[in-house]
Design a protein around this ligand. Structure first.
Ligand code: MN
Length: 720
């Protein structure tokens, strides 16, 4: 029986797609009984940023959202989600949970097609199996990983496929495919310009090489490449997607039906496209990124009138750090040995099929992970999977006997898949929030209005906005040092200062939105522009008549006049913030005037402790000497100031016993019985709003009112 090449391709695509999707159901199977990962009986997502797109999709479907609520209703991810929910018979929660598994599995299509273009569909099939479930690709596209990653690799791989075909066949249609892929890729992921630009540069180098080096060059081939460059440039201009779409399609019609215009004015058209690319600002993001790499700093100086020094979030994010070689190799290929074979395979593949050198931008971007952070590794996955698949097929082809040949091919394929599947089985990622935390936010949704602010650390911004349908001060995309400062200050300082700064920061944030809206055309050097693009805290300092922010912060303890209250403010205090509390503190434990960081506070959490009757060993050479009322830190023995014990009674209400042993001592102990944990902390953090309100529920009745109190999260309403 002879199966046509097309039928075979479709069959292998379906097979690889099913494989990719089914492997992603391992997580679902593993956690099917995990009630804490479900809300309203549906699995919740496991990526924080996903709640951002979910908020946008929710608002698109609802048909409304609030001014300046930062809901991403114009983004591709939110719109695609809304369309799917609207037209398919699945619930919103099902769609956002499974969307990544479905779309990311489509990567098998371009990969199998690329295999076919180098005349080996086996290479494409093996590569499709591997890349669809390769370590880092899986991590960023598993079920519940609802983020742009689900299509971020597919678009460049499609682009690679159409460029390969364009160069090989010089067929007209690939000009259009390439341009449309660039436009859709940019629509989906606006940061795509760096990869597009690298592809463009590679084609440009190839075209110059054709024109200069090759003596017996084919003029038609050269002209096609110049046309390809022009189409790419038009697709990459700094104009709205629809405008680029219309330009590219019209151009293609001209190319198709009036080719002589194109051939006569080829260089003018290319020149025009390059000119328009620069004029419309197509190059600006690339230039901006280059500048960003050159000027990196840990403390950022704001451009406001006081030149305040803020702590930057970059140094607290793990992703931005350097990674060891083994992690890097694992994430791309599943194992160091597979990775090394992939590199060998890629060299061989590029020699046999020079057109595969077009994969270099993706490999290069993937390798950037080695210095630039591990999230880049996924870009190298498809090309290196093709490379190792090529090696497997070449080795197997050395065998003449067909049965043994395919047995060897299958065996080697299983060998490269195995470490990746093993990783998937062990990669038991939890959902962002657990059910009981979401119950709190869902309840808050019924209490707070959409214009109210719920303040918390930026990590919780997106989920808060999604579940409670409110506004937030900070989130996964808005967390610069100046944005984080007031929130950090409010959480780590006493209630009076905290409450006042919360009111000020919310009102200033709103006022800033309004003023920005009315002064859209202001020049960047205009003092009014600088005023409203400077930090809230800097602006408050000046408005209250101070030149030194420290004096303003001290003045918060006095009777200063607060701005008029325009809305309610809620403080969301989750238990999970306990572990990052020292990090939260970093952002305000700094002298904004000089950038000098103050001493780190004492804050120690112990989950493993041993009580021998006389002493409680908290680990890390910290001991509570019960009979003496002292705490031993290494060799140092210090009297305890407050010793507090908290527990929940039968009604679920917090009870506490606070004993003051030595009011002059700097160290406090809190035993949180139901949490099985001890806290050892200095006076500043003991008196902080987070510890007082969350741990001790010791709130100032003039300033705060408890709204929801549960062991996992507590919400207070600001009374001023
Ligand atoms: Mn809203």
């Amino acid at each position: 029986m002879i199966i046509s090449q097309n039928k075979k391709t479709i069959f292998l695509i379906l097979l690889a797609f099913a494989f990719s999707f089914l492997v992603r159901l391992i997580w679902v199977y593993q956690f099917s009984d995990m009630d804490g990962f479900k809300f309203h009986n549906e699995f919740m997502i496991n990526t924080n940023d996903g709640y951002y797109w979910a908020e946008g999709a929710r608002d698109i479907l609802a048909g409304h959202h609030q001014d300046n609520d930062l809901s991403p209703i114009d983004t591709a991810a939110a719109n695609l989600t809304a369309i799917i929910v609207k037209f398919l018979p699945f619930s919103f929660e099902t769609v956002i949970f499974y969307m990544s598994a479905f779309f990311s599995s489509l990567v098998v299509i371009p990969i199998i097609l690329i295999g076919r273009s180098i005349k080996s569909i086996e290479v494409g099939f093996i590569a499709a199996l591997l890349s669809s479930i390769a370590w880092s690709y899986y991590n960023r596209t598993m079920v519940g990983y609802y983020d742009t990653d689900m299509l971020n690799i597919i678009f460049p791989t499609l682009l690679l496929w159409s460029l390969i075909w364009a160069i090989r066949t010089n067929e007209d249609k690939y000009l259009l495919f390439t341009a449309l892929e660039i436009i859709s890729y940019r629509w989906w992921y606006p940061q795509s310009y760096s990869l597009e630009f690298s592809f463009f540069s590679l084609i440009l180098i190839y075209t110059i090489y054709l024109g200069v080096k090759e003596k017996s060059f084919n003029i038609q081939h050269l002209k096609f490449n110049i046309a390809l460059l022009s189409f790419m440039m038009f697709a990459m201009m700094g104009l709205h997607g629809w405008i680029r779409f219309i330009i590219v399609v019209s151009l293609f019609i001209v190319y198709k039906y009036k080719k002589e215009i194109f051939t006569n004015y080829l260089y003018y058209i290319l020149g025009l496209s390059i000119l328009l690319f620069f004029i419309t600002g197509g190059f600006d993001p690339i230039w901006g990124q280059l500048k960003g790499y050159v000027f990196k700093d840990t403390v950022s100086v704001s451009k406001d009138l006081l030149s305040l020094h803020f702590f930057t979030v970059m140094q607290t994010i793990r992703e931005a750090g350097k990674i060891p070689f083994e992690t890097f190799a694992n994430r791309i290929s599943g194992h160091t040995i597979i990775f090394i074979f992939s590199i060998i395979g890629y060299v061989w593949l590029s020699i046999k099929h020079r057109v595969m050198l077009l994969g270099l931008p993706m490999v290069g971007l993937g390798f950037l992970a080695y210095v630039g952070g591990l999230r880049f590794t996924i870009y190298a996955v498809p090309v290196l999977a093709l490379a190792v698949a090529f090696l497997i097929v070449q080795l197997s082809n050395l065998i003449k006997n067909n049965y043994i040949k395919y047995a060897l091919m299958s065996f080697l394929t299983i060998l490269v898949l195995a470490p990746n599947i093993k990783h998937i089985i062990n990669y038991k990622v939890p959902t962002v929030f657990t059910k009981n935390e979401v119950v709190v936010l869902d309840k808050l949704k019924k209490i707070a209005s959409r214009e109210d602010y719920v303040v918390s650390w930026w990590d919780y911004g997106y989920p808060i906005r999604y579940y409670s349908d409110v506004k937030t001060l900070s989130d996964g995309g808005k967390h610069s040092g100046s944005v984080n400062f007031p929130t950090s200050f409010a959480l780590t300082h006493p209630q009076l200062q905290s409450a006042k700064l919360l009111r000020l920061d919310v009102e200033y944030t709103q006022k800033r939105f309004n003023i920005k809206e009315h002064n859209k055309e202001l020049d960047k050097n205009d003092t009014k522009y600088i005023k409203w693009h400077s930090s809230n805290i800097g602006q408050m300092t000046l408005d209250y008549g101070y030149q030194d922010t420290n004096n303003f912060l001290t003045a918060l303890q006095t009777n200063i006049k607060l701005p008029a209250k325009t809305r309610d403010i809620y403080l969301y205090l989750p238990n999970r913030m306990m572990n990052i509390f020292p990090t939260v503190d970093l952002f305000s434990n700094i002298d904004l005037m000089t950038g000098m960081k103050y001493n780190r506070p004492l804050f120690y959490i112990s989950h493993r402790f041993k009580d021998d009757g006389k002493n409680i060993d908290l680990g890390n050479h910290i001991k509570i000497l019960k009979t003496k009322g002292m705490v031993q830190l290494g060799n140092k023995k210090v009297r305890i100031n407050h010793f507090a014990v908290t527990y929940y009674n039968r009604k679920g209400k917090l009870e506490k016993k606070v004993q003051t042993i030595d009011p002059n001592s700097p160290i406090n102990i809190i035993y949180m019985k139901n949490y099985h944990q001890f806290l050892v902390l200095d006076n500043r953090l003991y008196n902080s709003t987070y510890i007082q309100l969350f741990v001790l529920e010791d709130y100032d009745k003039e300033l705060f009112k408890p709204v929801i109190l549960t062991p996992l999260a507590k919400v207070y309403k600001l009374k001023i």
